[in-house]
Ligand binder design. Sequence first.
Ligand code: FA5
Length: 351
Amino acid sequence: MESGTVLETLRSLEEEALRELGTLEDIDSLETWRVAYLGRRGKLTTILRSVGSLSPDLRRSVGAAGNQVKTLLEEEQARRSDEIEELEVRRRSSLRAIDVTLPGRPLPQGRLHPTTQILREICSSFTAMGFQIVEGPEVEWDKYNFEMLNIPRDHPARDMWNSLWIDQQDADGRLSMLMRTHTSPMQARIMEQTKPPIRLIVPGKCYRYEATDATHEWHFYQVEGLAVDEGITLANLKGTLYEFARRIFGPDRKVRFRCDYFPFVEPGVDMSVDCFACRGEGCRLCADTGWLEIMGAGMVHPKVLAGVGYDPEVYTGFAFGMGPERIAMLKYGIDDIRLFYGNDLRFLRQF
Ligand code: FA5
């Protein structure tokens, strides 16, 4: 073999290998390149192996040239490997880079539950009339839920409130604690602690052991109202509640007061609003009456006033207790109270 031919082969192999090396962009193809040229059966290795069969002169010159090419290719491979690694680092950091000029991603926005919305509306309509807001316990003593409200033990009026009792007995072995059935116990708690004038509302949750239907839940909210001072009359009660209805439902809605019985007021009334579904014609929702009852109210019973140490000859007051879910039903045209706590997002997203 001519030394010129072998040296030419070596040169063109070097050129080819370097050209190819320049196009490589990742470590895997670099390894493939190494195997193809410098591996045990690689192109350069094959040539170097054949050197042994050459004449001593050729062996020396071709061997030296071959080793030079080998060293060059190894050095170039190491350099390209560094470049590729740097490229990788840059590629990865460009993926992580934050473009601060991009507009922010909108966060999913929650909303207030319809009960919370109506509670806030009710509360602000009363605070605008000078009422304060207070809250009370959801677990209540029999004493406050019934006795101090002129509903003694074994009084038939207790049947008006089907109660969920807690397993807690008094000295006589009778159940004495329950989930409050209404917010009225706060009337007694507040009057016990303060002196008139009183003008406040109590929003809060109530519980009753009763079957559910379109207008009854076993857990629901109430907003209690209480005003006690010298010279308060039924006219103040009606005026306040008319103003409330006007603020919540607008001037066109019809409001009705009728006599009703609650042991802790005298006289007692219930207030209804004309049914939104049938506009007073009568339907399933309003049990064909054309009206939806939204609250009970009345003048605080003299016995309740005396029970907390007030002189009923000096002080009078009015109280009311309303159902915010029923008010939301009227206001937004919701025809089943059970939708409020069914956790159905299709319903909740409408508010
Ligand atoms: C009472 O609970 C009395 N404490 C109200 C009261 C307060 C009268 C102060 C006089 C003076 P009643 O059980 O009617 O009354 O409930 C009052 C309101 O709560 C009802 O008008 C209604 O709007 C709401 N309500 C009552 N029961 C339910 C129920 N199961 N589901 C949803 N709302 C109810």
